[in-house]
Design a protein around this ligand. Structure first.
Ligand SMILES: *Cc1c(COP(=O)(O)O)cnc(C)c1O
Length: 228
């Protein structure tokens, strides 16, 4: 059983190798540690190993851990889970990023509820890339329209797009899905060339995501072990 620190070191090393292998700019892929269902103590271990970006999927659970870790001032909390309307206020108040924005109505609420004293909330639009009925996200052909609408909200700052492809262990299949996501990202860049975030890649498909242009991989299991 490896420690959290060893896992982070190993993944960071792999990211650098893949950046090199796929002709990506060195340091262009950021690592988010997905800490959902993991205790504050493990998050603190990751933090001590130099990890600053953490992803959470459940609002109440996340806020509890944020309170336990309030002494770690430079942690950056990213919300990556499904968003219910009655949770938008808690999200707007307690996170600096949301990767899972999938409805204009939710964008409006997050905008209205983002506290004055905080910077604009960073946003990625979630794209349902394999058109799975069980997954949330804008359909591929809706994304550009949604981006145009969400760009108008002053308290939101759109940074890019996020996707969770259908799980597969086939590397070529992984690459094909991420290629589709990147094509949509390129369309978005034509609308807004300030976008800088392509949030793709999880424990099982980090390499394929980096090959296809990821700028932020969201890694849980490979850092903290399996979740129950
Ligand atoms: C849980 C989760 C992850 C991390 O998945 P792992 O396979 O454990 O790396 C990444 N992104 C989202 C949106 C998640 O919900």
């Amino acid at each position: 059983m490896q420690t959290t620190e060893e896992n982070i070191k190993k993944i960071k090393h792999s990211i650098l190798q893949w950046e090199n292998e796929y002709q990506r700019e060195m340091g262009s892929v950021q690592l988010m540690a997905v800490s959902k269902k993991k205790p504050a103590q493990l998050i603190e271990q990751a933090y001590q190993a130099g990890q600053l970006i953490f992803g959470e999927s459940y609002v109440q659970e996340a806020i509890l851990k944020q309170q336990q870790l309030s002494h770690l001032h430079d942690i950056e909390w990213h919300f990556i889970g499904p968003i219910q309307s009655n949770k938008t206020k808690d999200i707007a108040q307690n996170f600096s990023w949301v990767h899972s924005l999938d409805r204009l109505k939710i964008a409006q609420r997050l905008n209205d509820q983002r506290p004055e004293g905080l910077a604009a909330l960073n946003i990625c639009l979630q794209v349902n890339i394999d058109a799975e009925s069980t997954k949330s996200g804008f359909a591929g052909q809706e994304v550009v329209q949604a981006l145009k609408a969400i760009k108008r909200f002053p308290r939101l700052k759109v940074r890019g797009i996020m996707a969770i492809p259908k799980p597969t262990n086939n590397f070529e299949q992984q690459r094909r899905s991420f290629q589709k996501v990147n094509a949509i990202f390129q369309q978005c860049l034509e609308i807004d060339d300030m976008l800088d975030t392509l949030s793709i890649g999880m424990s099982n498909d980090i390499e394929a995501a980096i090959a296809e242009g990821s700028t932020m991989v969201r890694v849980g299991t490979a850092i903290f072990g399996a979740r129950d």
